[in-house]
Design a protein around this ligand. Structure first.
Ligand code: BG6
Ligand code: MG
Length: 219
């Protein structure tokens, strides 16, 4: 059976991870504390709700249910302020070359993102029609590292999990891909993404031959 590819969105296809960081950091600062970029790695790939829980825990802050919801909404408003100013130039370098390669070779690819903002972002990038399937934070009940989002993406492409190759920038996402028994390719820091099958600093480091080889062999 031929293989298929699943892309995470934030920090893989588009440079929105920095906007999530800025918006969460503002929220923490407004509540009177701060967190580091190292701590931020633990937020990548994690749902909005779980992220806020982690952050409040770091700051030793407890919120009422109502205030929790208000803070989630504020964070998203702040995040969307950045997103709405962005255009196709925020696509990360080397990504479109890989998408074009896959298209030309009729390799199906899907989106597997924790974000509830994934669809409008793909639209801004004008790539929403390229995906065989889009699975995002509005489709899943269990957040990464649970493999649900990737398993649904595989199912929508009619592929077995083992046939899928996942590109991820987050620890939680790499773990989700591994738990699903997919091939995990980390995009980012080798020291952070140690659990991935392969790691590249970014897509410009990936030779098309490498992808071609992966597509040819079984996991
Ligand atoms: C992930 C990001 O893709 O989506 C996280 O890595 C983010 O940082 C999560 O919290 C949820 O995104 P959103 O857009 O639904 O708040
Ligand atoms: Mg990501």
């Amino acid at each position: 059976d031929s293989r298929a590819v699943i892309f995470d969105l934030d920090g893989v296809i588009v440079d929105t991870a920095k906007f999530h960081f800025l918006a969460w950091r503002k929220l923490a600062n407004d509540l009177g504390f701060d967190f580091t970029e190292e701590q931020n790695e633990q937020l990548k790939g994690v749902s909005r709700e779980d992220s806020l829980k982690k952050i409040l825990n770091w700051g030793n802050v407890e919120l009422s249910e109502e205030e929790f919801k208000r803070q989630m909404a504020l964070k998203n408003e702040n995040y969307l302020g950045y997103v709405n100013k962005m255009d196709e130039s925020e696509m990360l370098p080397g990504v479109s070359r890989v998408l074009t390669y896959l298209e030309e070779n009729n390799i199906p690819f899907a989106l597997g993102s924790a974000s509830k903002n994934a669809r409008p972002i793909l639209k801004i990038l004008k790539i929403q029609d390229k995906f065989s399937a889009i699975v995002d934070g509005t489709d899943v009940s269990k957040a990464k590292p649970d493999p649900e989002v990737f398993l649904i993406a595989a199912e929508k492409m009619n592929k077995k999990a083992e046939a899928c190759i996942v590109f991820e920038d987050s620890v939680a996402g790499v773990q989700a891909a591994n738990i699903a028994n997919m091939t995990s390719i980390g995009i980012g820091d080798k020291n952070v993404l140690q659990e991935a099958d392969h790691v590249f600093a970014d897509f410009t480091e990936i030779e098309l031959e490498f992808i071609e080889q992966l597509l040819r062999k079984e996991k």
